[in-house]
Design a protein around this ligand. Structure first.
Ligand code: DX5
Ligand code: ZN
Length: 232
C-alpha cells in the first residue's frame, strides 16, 4: 500500500471551547477534520500549561479519526506509557526536549504508537537527519510553541530540505503554527502533507454553528490542494 501523502487537516483543539471538548471534537470530525491535534504543554518546555494523560484519555472516546498528540514537555520518556494508555495514535516529542531523541522515538513505537519528532523554528532540519528511519512524522513548528493564534514564520526552505531528506520513506511532514488558507499553499507546495490549524479552524464557529468549522477546514484544504495539484 502506498504511503498516503494527500493533504490532511488536523485542527488543534487548543483553540476549542475548553468547557466542551467532547462536542467540539465530534463537531470538527463531522465537518471534515482528518486528524485531531492535541497540544500537551508542561509550563516548563513551553510557557503554558494544558493537558495531562487523564485529559487525553477523556478525549479518546470522542476521536474517531487519528489522535495526534504533540508533546511540548521535558522530559518525555517517563510519560510515554501514560499517553499510550490514554489512547494516543501518534505521539510527537521535540528534538530539543532532551539528548536522547533516538531512544525516545524507539520507546514511542515500542509502546504501540506512531512516533513523531518536532522541530522548533530555530532548529535546523538536519537535527532529525539521523532519526528519519525511527519517525513516522516530522512536525515543523512555524511558530514558537506555547500558544495558538500566533503569526506564521515562513520556513518553507526548511520544509523543502526536509522533504528531500525524507525521500521515499513513509514519513509525514506536519506543519504547526499560523496555518491558514494563505500560508497553507506555501508549505504544501514545499512538501508538507499534514496541516495543523487551531485559530483558523475554530474562528467564528461553535458546536451550535459547526458549519463554520467545515467552511474553514475546506478553505484551507482546497488552498493547499490547488498548490499541489490535488484539487478535486
Ligand atoms: C502551538 C501549538 C499549535 C497551535 C496552533 O504551540 O503546537 O498546535 O495550537 O494554533 P494556530 O493554528 O492558531 O497557530
Ligand atoms: Zn501543536
Amino acid at each position: 500500500m502506498s504511503f498516503d501523502r494527500t493533504i490532511k487537516i488536523a485542527p488543534s483543539i487548543l483553540s476549542a471551547d475548553f468547557a466542551n471538548f467532547g462536542q467540539e471534537i465530534q463537531a470538527i470530525e463531522a465537518q471534515g477534520a482528518d486528524w485531531v491535534h492535541v497540544d500537551v504543554m508542561d509550563g516548563h518546555f513551553v510557557p503554558n500549561l494544558t493537558f495531562g494523560p487523564p485529559a487525553v484519555k477523556a478525549f479518546r472516546p470522542h476521536v474517531k479519526t487519528v489522535m495526534d498528540v504533540h508533546l511540548m514537555i521535558t522530559p518525555v520518556d517517563p510519560y510515554i506509557d501514560a499517553y499510550a494508555e490514554a489512547g494516543a495514535d501518534i505521539l510527537t516529542a521535540h528534538v530539543e526536549a532532551g539528548p536522547h531523541t533516538h531512544r525516545t522515538l524507539q520507546a514511542i513505537r515500542a509502546a504501540g504508537m506512531k512516533a513523531g519528532v518536532a522541530l522548533n523554528p530555530g532548529t535546523p532540519a538536519e537535527a532529525v537527519e539521523h532519526l528519519l528511519d525511527l519517525a513516522d512524522l516530522v512536525c515543523v513548528m512555524t511558530v514558537n510553541p506555547g500558544f495558538g493564534g500566533q503569526k506564521f514564520i515562513d520556513l518553507t526552505d526548511k520544509v523543502r530540505r526536509l522533504r528531500a531528506m525524507i525521500g521515499d520513506r513513509p514519513v509525514h511532514i506536519e506543519i504547526d503554527g499560523g496555518v491558514d488558507a494563505t500560508t497553507a499553499p506555501k508549505v504544501a507546495a514545499a512538501g508538507a502533507d499534514v496541516l495543523v490549524a487551531g485559530s483558523a479552524v475554530f474562528k467564528g464557529g461553535s458546536v451550535s454553528a459547526p458549519d463554520v468549522y467545515g467552511k474553514n477546514i475546506s478553505t484551507i484544504r482546497t488552498a493547499a490542494q490547488v498548490a499541489v495539484g490535488q484539487a478535486a
